[in-house]
Design a protein around this ligand. Sequence first.
Ligand SMILES: *Cc1c(COP(=O)(O)O)cnc(C)c1O
Length: 378
Amino acid sequence: MKFTTKVVHSQLKGTEEIRSKTTPIYQTSAFSFKSLEELEGFYEGKSPYLYTRTGNPNTDELGGMVAALEGAPAGVATSSGLSAILAAVLAVVQSGDHIIAAEDLYGGTFHMLKEELKGFGIETTFVDFTSREEIEQAITPRTKLLYSETVTNPFMRVEDIQQLVELAEKHNLKTIIDNTFATPYLRQPYLEGVDLVAHSATKYIGGHSDITAGVVTGKEELVKKAREKVVNMGSNLSPFEAWLTARGAKTLGLRMEAQARNSGILADNLRSNQHIKHVYYPDNLSEKGHGAIVTIELDASCNISAFFKSLGWIKIVPTLAGVETTVSYPLGTSHRALPKEAQQKLGINTHVVRISLGIEDAEDIVAQFNEAIEKSVG
Ligand SMILES: *Cc1c(COP(=O)(O)O)cnc(C)c1O
């Protein structure tokens, strides 16, 4: 062999004999075959991998991991939370169908349903999901799907999943729940009867703010359809990002336990602070804790700009779920695009701050917030 032939053909041989403790990263766009018979074997279901967009061990590991945590038979990993939601929704509806969704959904999902899917002939009606009557009144002969989130944002409304599942069964509809904020550590919507569960793994499942990824889990038939959407529409996750996400997910339970504990401590502390008008933190999410997000409304005596400037080591970041405590400003970021009336109806005003609790020591977190509140007053 000459120089260049030699170099491109001198890769590691016999990789199956190397017993790596962790899953190797299959950073490859495709898989090789020894013969036409073996290639044919792929189509007969004898070997699982052909081309990374259609399947890869690292993305399958992540999909399987989250499915196991949710108690679901199947899961598929995708390039982002939004692509997971899209694949889940398209596994259930098509052009001409109608969706009923909660009015307080994550902004990106709201936009996707309201604008993008509408352009493909899929209509969504957004209603107040605390009202069973409103949901039932919105049902039409074309309705196929009820869509909501286990916990909505930024005011941490806990969805009544049991009621949703009952309504869906009564009217022969499917249900999809975005379980990003609760995580399967705190809630397992599939085991509560939901058909498909979607995740932004970018948040707690990955947990380290270094990837963008999503997962759909749920009923086998529907996950199969969701996987077809991912493959055919090209929203697969890259092997390396799947590997990082699966690595992060190993500590999901430990992180959520610490983060939920810190949230409870901070929420209790802020409830007794005279400058805090409201503390939004649920008390009915799970026996293991109530999530790791605390949203507060400062009172009029606080200067919001001074508050954000006085947070010391706590960074302003328009996302959530990392191991570091961060704050975000819903009015200026996540809920910026909402019409004024919708912001007002939901209660998103100039003094609302969303806090994503990390794993730091609770005393430090509480002290830093108390200092920022003090400095923001007068
Ligand atoms: C972030 C988020 C999404 C979107 O996920 P991406 O990974 O950013 O695409 C969807 N739902 C919820 C509840 C989220 O917090």
